[in-house]
Design a protein around this ligand. Sequence first.
Ligand SMILES: [Zn+2]
Length: 322
Amino acid sequence: MSNLTPIEPITQISHRIIRILGQNPGRFTLQGTNTYLVGNSSPYVLIDTGEGKSAYLPLLISSLGPEGSISDIIITHMHKDHWGGLAGVLGLLTKQGKPKPKIWKWKNPETDAAIVKSVPEGSYEPSEGSEVIHFLANNQIFTLGETILKVIHTPGHTEDSICLQMDDGSIFTADSVLGESTAVFGHLRPYLDSLRQLSSLSPTSLYPGHGIVILNGLKTLEDYITHRQIREDQIMSLLQRQPSGPEQGTRLPGAWESKSKNKGEGGWSVEELVLEMYADVGFVLQNAAARGVILHLEKLLDEGKIKKHNRTKNEEEWVLAH
Ligand SMILES: [Zn+2]
């Protein structure tokens, strides 16, 4: 974390965006989760609520000011570091006698129940159907005085991830694009589609869920896409030949060692691909890289470009489909 750019607890990013840090720094949350208070004047929209650290609430109070209120809270996706603070925020607004906000989120039947359960009774404005959560729709518009936010469904990091584009072309990306370090994704194909969709909007700045503001949003998105394409091309070209044996290649101390004893029919195991593609990094990064390689392989399998079969009872190998 030491190489991350420090982020102040409260940052006035522009005349209509205040970033409030969730006070939850960590290995996965980087400097902590960013929450954004958006709008020219009260009532504001709050994008995400942090994970529920008590140190967050005084920051929100001082950002809102005595007269400020929140009309809508938009949760960008299911990860708890983005919604765990919801109950605290609602409790605070109730205590201060402020209007009840609406809670918005992309519908996710599997994980929304936990959010609903966390919310104090009577602290929010329910939907027409008396539901706690108002479900977001693609291209839905929030109008806050002169500020307009448009919802973009961007599955990939999670199935229920959304981004919000502002009228000036900037985008709140949540965890689909991070300010520093690379984003993780659950499924590669929808993730790449989402990145392409975001880049087709030619965004200016990106306001990520973690890390600093990205000033050249379009370039960053193109870099993310190119990086994935390079990895995919690399896998496809490795599958055109046979893996070199376990004795070959460079290996750093502590890095993965190929355990394969049984050479298959020219296919590659995940381990062999990782060793070849990430020969120059230690095992911590190789473990992380393996997950990325598997997601690439699943995408290529889905697309019918590669196949997998069992090399031994417990080991799979991957080959080109032809
Ligand atoms: Zn996330």
